[in-house]
Design a binder for this molecule. Sequence first.
Ligand code: URA
Length: 310
Amino acid sequence: MPTRDQLLALNDELRRLKAGGQRAVAVTEESLAQLRESVAASGSEAVASAAPAPVAVPIMTFSTESRNEPAPRVPAPSAPSLPAPPPINLPEGDKPARWNHLRELVLHDSVCRARVFAGKQVVFGVGNLDAAVMFVGEAPGGDEEDQGEPFVGRAGQLLNRMIKAMGLERSQVYIGNILNWRPEMGTRNADGSQTGNRPPTAAEMSYCLPFIRAQIAIIQPKVLVALGKTAVDGLLGADRFKTMGAARGTWHSYADKPLRASYHPSYLLRQEGLTSASAKKIKRDAWEDLLAVMERAELPVTEKQRNYFR
Ligand code: URA
């Protein structure tokens, strides 16, 4: 049965898809049964009625105690429309000097700042400036805009475990996002927190793309890893691949660097504890992606790592 964390992650994802305009998701009979079981066990409202597998289930979110709390709401700050991305002129100098200059530029960028609610932060990349592997995610979520660092919430904890499984520490890689602010849902709670996440729009991504490109130019990683379809769309073009499955399993190129597409940790979180063949395949595929990345980055690969899923 899904854990509370998995239900929360699913809840976030459904809200994200709904905000992006998706009206239904395909769910197998097996998953639906597991959801009904856990929702019944938690005493919350049920999600959907029975249907043959796979079925299209209208997107609804189910609540948990913490999400149930009525929160006072205030209107979100009205964001002006997006101008052209700013020109980036990196100074001469070593990597830290160039990276610090870029970081200051992004953190003080008026367009980024206008989209961040009071008390929240613009989020710039973090990590080793000599990293062989650079991960590129989608956009900050609640934990990230609080702490001003990419991937520090539940998805970040899974990313940390994935990095460890590769034989690395988080401090040895570089982690950035396509977008430098948390996409605005339109309303904020009185304390500035926001319920739910949505994927960045194409206009938002194209505004921030020069920032991630400049980070790549400074760090010069051996390999880029695009985490999730939004990162793939942002870096490689929205029309290139219909699905994540179509994008992964092969090498692409971005900013003259080899790029591997893999599943977003939030998506992988939703597979945790699931024993269906498709959930197992998704986890195995994600690991195969990381093995390919390790090989391309010339990192050592042990027999144990190679046989992890065999
Ligand atoms: N998801 C992302 O894509 N990036 C983050 O920084 C956090 C969650």
